[in-house]
Design a protein around this ligand. Structure first.
Ligand code: FAD
Ligand code: NAP
Length: 713
């Protein structure tokens, strides 16, 4: 009897925020259902895998970060495979599949995945399944779901191919008298897989469940009646006339559902009474962050401006090592909103234990591959600290999270609706009511009152609370003891599932912190609170190292922030070195109204007066239109790109003939894309070339790091 060893494959991931990692984990977990076993590793754990000797299929799941950079934990791997000394058959033996995650709001979409794929091919590796390029800009699941669905049969085909290659090899080698016992197990097991027909066509959604099931049945669909035709349950109408977060209409309400596999639970969590009260500030400052006082807060927007823009100044004099350069950003660590934490404690039934210490360990018998206590949760923190500072409780729950919530929901109508929202058939409802509305777990629990998940589930499935980056809007040379930044307070409107609007987490928190001391115009000497920050140097978004080169800055709205730093720095350098030659500077700024949101107006006009800024081009998107019927254009500029077009000759001259630079900062979703299009048009006009040539020219500028973006969606 041959040993029942399951055929194995390898899953490698590179992940910045955990998304690629959780997809890779999902693949590894699902492997067993397909009669396979997966070795799961992070790309930086190169002592745990060896691609040079790997004879099993390899599945890569990699995200891209920043301006097309690999995630931190894939950097070394990418460097290694990029080595030009590697021979073209270095990975000849390798069969791979690759899922790349990216966001088309940014330049260099899926660049890390594309780079890895290009190098694997150049080094002789063969693809066994077409690469998936998932776009966070429109919803990762649009590509991921079908990609995962097709993956399993392809892995099995790849294993079969590898096994038959080996058989051929073995037959050839049999002349060399290799003993039969050295036949690989994988071949024997493959035969048994084929016999048992483990291949499940709809594997991603294979672990379907019926409403009352605890264990999933083998069938791949659930058929249950809908909430709007069911017996009335608390908080749910008997008949719904319109779909909403909590109720659906036919055909969805009558449809059989394919739901995702239940994510395996993997943490044991207990709460222990603590002797001493925990000091959150102490806990945070231990973690290599700077705790700095806010020395000034000024509202920059005026009157009934569409958005509220604030400038904050931090006093960094206590930390001489906190030097920064123009173009750098820094992270602000913000807590979750106290009322939301309180609501969550209440819903978990743990209000009385909020000061207890949380003890977390990995379950002995968990099926989760590579299970570990989440590294973003420090030891011995109180429950209150954990929910306030460690978990992004407002993050939009993934479908797997909704699937897990079903298990903890007692009301059958609510269970059904949660199933719908995570099902394949309910994808449009999920996007509309959960994803686009940016609902968090608190809001879901409010909408589904019979859902009572355990604390462990939240710790397992909520991501790390991320700090928010802000661009330095000052120069360290001018203000060695200060660091300024500017932001608009983000507003989320009320929607189905959120009866009242709310502010962005960090911008709302900062606004509340400083609003008692806010003055307009500038002057407040109230004692302002301290916040925790850490620096995030940006080595490419810097003024040209050769100051004699000209440069163009494009930054509408708060996107102007880093350019205030650039210009302050330039002004100081001009004072220090009046004889030096400085290149021309251009700034394209845009806002809605001259009198409401023209941020840094005085500073910009002063830069012009001092000769630091040679050309300031400002447009106002909601005024100054001569003919409202006419679309905006260079003749009637509304946005920065229209002014750019008006200066086509000078800007292209700087870029194409004077070796100059162009910088874009601000909104990635619309502005940066439109500016990119406009630059392409300008190159076409100036060089009299077609679209393809213009694209190549722009790509060349990017490569030379003379076209730089610092943008955010
Ligand atoms: P969150 O609570 O995190 O909410 C914002 C999120 O919600 C975004 O993902 C957004 O897409 C989404 N969203 C926004 N409005 C809605 C809505 N109505 N409905 C549904 N979803 C919505 N910002 C600045 O203002 N100034 C800066 O100088 C600056 N510099 C940055 C530098 C870098 C390198 C990066 C990456 C970002 C920068 N940002 C800057 C953005 C900043 O980090 C925050 O993302 C922003 O301030 C919002 O944070 P928040 O916590 O208040 O909002
Ligand atoms: P904003 O106030 O919303 O808009 C500024 C101006 O841009 C308005 O006049 C607006 O006009 C106009 N605009 C709208 N669509 C445009 C388009 N397609 N092309 C050109 N201009 C357009 O901007 P904001 O909120 O300050 O900043 C935008 C984003 O940038 C924010 O999300 C912020 O977080 C981010 N940001 C990122 C960085 C960074 O990555 N380093 C730094 C600073 C800010 P209308 O409204 O009239 O259409």
């Amino acid at each position: 009897m041959p040993l029942e060893v399951k055929p194995r494959f390898v899953v490698l991931y590179g992940s910045q925020k955990g998304q690629a990692e959780s997809i890779a984990e999902g693949i590894a977990e699902e492997a067993e259902e397909h009669g396979l076993v997966a070795d799961l590793c992070c790309l930086n754990q190169n002592n745990k895998y060896n691609l040079e000797k790997e004879r099993a299929p390899v599945v890569f799941v990699v995200s891209t970060t920043g301006d097309g950079e690999p995630p931190d934990n894939a950097l070394q791997f990418v460097k290694r495979i990029k080595k030009r000394t590697l021979s073209p058959d270095h990975y000849k033996h390798l069969l791979y599949a690759l899922l790349a995650l990216g966001d088309t709001n940014y330049a260099n979409f899926c660049n890390c995945g594309k780079t890895i794929e290009r190098r694997l091919r150049e080094l002789g590796a063969r693809q066994f399944y077409p690469t998936g390029y998932a776009d966070d800009g429109v919803g990762l699941e649009l590509v991921i779901d079908p990609w995962l669905k097709g993956l399993w049969n392809s892995i099995k085909d790849a294993l079969t191919k590898m096994a038959s290659d080996r058989t051929v090899q073995l037959k050839e080698d049999s002349a060399k008298e290799i003993p039969e016992s050295s036949l690989p197990d994988v071949q024997l097991n493959l035969l048994s897989i084929a016999d048992k027909q483990i291949c499940e066509p709809d594997s991603k959604y294979s672990s379907s469940l019926a409403i009352s099931d605890v264990r999933p049945p083998p069938a791949s669909t659930v058929s249950t009646s809908a909430p709007n035709t069911q017996a009335c349950s608390e908080g749910f109408p008997q008949v719904s006339l319109a779909a909403s977060l909590t109720s659906s209409l036919p055909p969805l309400s009558e449809s059989s559902l394919n739901v995702p596999a239940l994510p395996p639970s993997y943490l044991d969590v207990s709460l222990q009474e603590a002797d001493t009260a925990e000091q959150a500030a102490e806990r945070l400052s231990k973690e290599s962050r700077y705790e700095v006082p806010i020395s000034k807060a000024v509202q920059l927007s005026k009157g009934d401006s569409v958005k509220t823009a604030l400038l904050l100044e931090l006093d960094i004099s206590a930390f001489p090592s906190m030097t920064y350069h123009p173009g750098d950003s820094f992270d602000v660590f913000c807590p979750n909103v106290a009322e939301e934490v309180d609501h969550l404690l209440h819903r978990l039934g743990l209000q009385d234990q909020k000061n207890h210490h949380v003890q977390i360990s990995v379950k002995d018998n968990t099926k989760k591959k590579g299970a570990q206590v989440p590294p973003h949760i420090p030891e011995n923190v109180s429950l209150l600290f954990l929910l306030t500072w460690c978990l992004e409780i407002r993050s939009v729950p993934k479908k797997a999270f909704l699937r897990a919530l079903v298990e903890h929901t007692s009301d059958s109508a609510q269970r059904r609706r949660l199933q719908e929202l995570c099902s394949k058939q309910g994808a449009a409802d999920y996007n509309l009511y959960v994803r686009d509305a940016s609902l968090g777990v608190s809001e879901l629990l409010a909408a589904f009152p019979s859902c009572s998940p355990p604390l462990s589930l939240l710790i397992e499935l909520l991501p790390k609370l991320q700090p928010r980056p802000y661009s330095a809007a000052s120069s360290h040379l001018r203000h060695p003891e200060k660091l300024r930044f500017v932001f608009n307070v983000v507003e989320f409107p009320a929607c189905s599932g959120r009866p009242a609007g709310r502010r962005g987490l960090c911008t709302g928190w900062l606004f509340d912190l400083v609003s008692p001391g806010l003055v307009f115009p500038e002057k407040a000497e109230l004692a302002l609170p301290k916040i925790h920050v850490s620096l995030r140097p940006n080595c490419s978004f810097r003024p040209p190292s050769d100051p004699s080169l000209p440069f163009v800055m494009i930054g509408p709205g708060t996107g102007v922030a880093p350019f205030i730093g650039f210009l302050q720095q330039r002004e100081e350098e001009r004072k220090e070195n009046p004889e030096a030659k400085f290149g021309e500077t251009w700034l394209f700024f845009g806002c809605r109204y001259r009198d409401k949101d023209y941020l840094f107006r005085e500073d910009l006009e002063n830069f012009v007066s001092s000769g630091t800024l040679n050309h300031l081009k400002v447009c106002f998107s909601r005024e100054d239109r001569k003919d409202e019927e006419e679309p905006p254009s260079a003749a009637q500029p509304r946005y920065v790109q229209h002014n750019l077009l008006l200066c086509c000759r000078q800007v292209t001259d700087i870029l194409l003939r004077q070796n100059g630079y162009i910088y874009v900062c601000g909104d990635a979703k619309n502005m940066a894309k439109d500016v990119n299009e406009t630059l392409m048009e300008m190159i076409k006009i100036e060089l009299q070339v077609d679209q393809l040539e213009a694209m190549k020219t722009l790509a060349g500028l990017r490569e030379q790091k003379r076209y730089l973006q610092d943008i955010w969606a």
